[in-house]
Design a protein around this ligand. Structure first.
Ligand SMILES: [Zn+2]
Length: 409
């Protein structure tokens, strides 16, 4: 038997009455991590204290369950359990990256952009056809970066970025892909939170773990990395309670993982487009997340909107401003756009619903989710040279129209 953390045991999985983004934000402010939402209710995790606060604030609790309810059928086994072996744990992702590098060493290199609390590497795949750029780990070509697995239990969010790298390499001779590889600087960091991932896989069942593994020195562990970025940090939708699933951390960028990402982005002005992959709900989200206000710069706002709607045609997800769901501050995309003007999107992958598997939909969904998101990812990569092209009806040169014909329609 593996040990089960104290914090996990005190969690409850609840359904609460909530009609709109304002209700949802109030619940997030009270420390609830909202995992699924409907027209009249939301589902998510709270601890006992937060549950009391939510009741006190006047919300009706429709359901109050053991957190294991949210684990789907995966209740018995371990590594990745039977049927889910195709998912990569930390060691397996390292092995997969080594294979990619060995087979494509002329244009693909594996780096570590930083170390976690438990001294694991944050692996980064760098793809660039210029030997000089590979050596310097920097490039003047337009850059695109993908982050996966900020949240530990969202295992599918590491698979899709990894598969995108594998797809690009498997198709590197194809003229369209070749053109993209030659004209772009590509970074893929499939597992931002390996400590959390490994913790989720320790013991005899999935732990439903979300945060990293900081020892908060009060019997609780973990900071929500996607509430720890230093842009409008602590402005709603996050908690100062260390036990909360949306604990923002002591300070902005208090965590080695977010610090590593800050350093990585701040050193690469060429990066113009960013994708942060999460699960689940089938959404395409763009800033702002910390505020209900739309982006002030009208051209940028229109560009975000156009890009999200275009991608939604392919993956059939719902495109929207992030705060339409609820307010969340200290989040990756707000920071990337707010600080650096990067066109930054969050994908909440499949399933759409908690009852279709939630965080643990099983390996059977991997290929379908990748196929649905391949065009959107190629589109983001393509637009890294000038995201405002998303507003153009006609594409300017041959390569672009070729891309359009191949992937975009
Ligand atoms: Zn997430």
């Amino acid at each position: 038997m593996g040990s089960v953390s104290f914090a996990a045991d005190t969690k409850r999985f609840i359904e609460v009455e909530a009609f709109d983004k304002y209700d949802r934000t109030e619940l997030a402010d009270l420390g609830m991590s909202i995992e699924a939402f409907y027209s009249d209710s939301v589902w998510g995790f709270v601890n006992e204290k937060e549950l009391k606060e939510i009741r006190k604030a006047g919300f009706r609790i429709f359901g109050n369950f053991n957190p294991a309810t949210a684990r789907g059928g995966h209740d018995k086994v371990f590594g990745f359990p039977q049927g889910d072996e195709r998912f990569h744990d930390y060691k397996e992702i390292g092995d997969a990256l080594s294979v990619l590098e060995k087979d494509n060493s002329d244009i693909l290199k594996i780096h570590s952009i930083g170390k976690t609390h438990e001294n694991r590497d944050m692996y980064a795949i760098h793809i660039n056809t210029s030997a000089d750029a590979m050596k310097r780990k920097k490039s003047n070509k337009p850059g695109f970066v993908i982050f996966g697995n900020h949240h530990a239990r969202e295992h599918l969010s590491a698979e899709i970025p990894l598969m995108f790298a594998q797809y690009l390499m498997a198709n590197r001779k194809d003229s369209t892909i070749k053109n993209l590889l030659e004209t772009r600087d590509i970074w893929i960091i499939p597992m931002v939170n390996p400590d959390g991932v490994e913790h989720d896989l320790t013991g005899n069942k999935y732990k439903m773990w979300r945060k990293n593994r900081r020892d908060n020195k009060d019997g609780t562990f973990g900071v929500d990395l996607n509430r720890n970025y230093g842009f409008h940090w602590n402005e709603g939708g996050s908690s100062s309670n260390t036990d909360s699933d949306v604990y923002m951390g002591k300070d902005p960028f208090s965590e080695p993982e977010t610090q590593a990402i800050r350093k990585f982005i701040s050193e690469r002005e060429n990066i113009k487009v960013l994708l942060s992959v999460h699960t689940f709900s089938e959404l395409i989200l763009y800033p702002w997340s910390y505020s209900y206000d739309p982006i002030k710069n009208e051209k940028d706002q229109k560009t975000f909107d156009a890009m999200a709607k275009t991608m939604a045609k392919w993956n059939k997800y719902t495109p929207q401003q992030s705060s339409d769901l609820y307010i969340a501050s200290g989040e990756t995309c707000d920071w990337a756009y707010g600080e650096y003007g990067i066109f930054a999107f969050t994908f909440e992958l499949s399933p759409r619903d908690m009852w279709d598997g939630g965080f643990y939909p099983g390996a059977k969904v991997i290929d379908g989710v990748f196929e649905a998101n391949l065009r959107p990812m190629l589109y983001l990569l393509d637009l890294a040279d000038d995201p405002y092209r998303a507003l153009e009806k006609k594409r300017s040169h041959d390569a672009q129209s070729f891309l359009k014909n191949t992937f975009y329609l």
